[in-house]
Design a protein around this ligand. Structure first.
Ligand code: FES
Ligand code: FES
Length: 169
């Protein structure tokens, strides 16, 4: 039987943005590095690498998770969504993304992918979040540029539009 070492790659099977995915990952490989370097999904940003800034937030089984604190091997069997999975089509933004664009809720954009993923999870659970609930979620993300006001407005706008969309289905 071959000797296992800390560098022995594991095969990881999971779902990535709705499609089956497979990769080889050393036990110490972080999910951020796996997504960005092994799978080429560079929309997930890396800031602090300590779980503080929120830039690397992805969804694992619909719950926000810091990818910089997650090992790639922990993705085995999980349903993973990244910012690349938000838009419904290559030429169409999601309602939430479109609201961010309309409200100028991003400048450099470094924080944006992480915020979008946390808010995606919030709106999936609660389409009528109070401003306090929105601020609690956004408070887990550091944005150096916007002052947060347009981000809050974009989220409120998106929630209202998604509610309307659901009423007309
Ligand atoms: S890079 Fe993961 S929380 Fe900052
Ligand atoms: S838009 Fe630059 S950090 Fe948020």
């Amino acid at each position: 039987m071959p000797r296992l070492s800390a560098r022995t790659p594991h095969v990881v099977n999971f779902t990535l943005n709705g499609k089956p995915a497979r990769m080889e990952a050393e036990p110490r490989l972080l999910a951020t590095d796996a997504l960005r370097h092994s799978l080429g999904l560079t929309g997930t940003h890396v800031g602090c690498e300590h779980g503080v800034c929120g830039a690397c937030t992805i969804l694992i089984d619909d719950a926000p998770a810091r990818a910089c604190l997650t090992l790639a091997v922990q993705l085995e069997g999980r349903d993973v969504r990244t910012v690349e999975g938000l838009a419904p089509a290559p030429d169409k933004l999601s309602t939430l993304q479109e609201a961010f664009r309309r409200h100028h809720a991003l400048q450099c954009g470094f924080c944006t992918a992480g915020i979008l993923m946390s808010v995606e999870a919030l709106l999936k659970q609660n389409l009528e979040p109070s401003e306090t609930e929105i601020r609690e979620v956004v408070g887990g993300h550091i944005c150096r540029c916007t002052g947060y006001t347009p981000i809050i407005a974009a989220i409120q706008d998106a929630a209202s539009l998604i509610r309307e969309e659901k009423e007309h289905v």
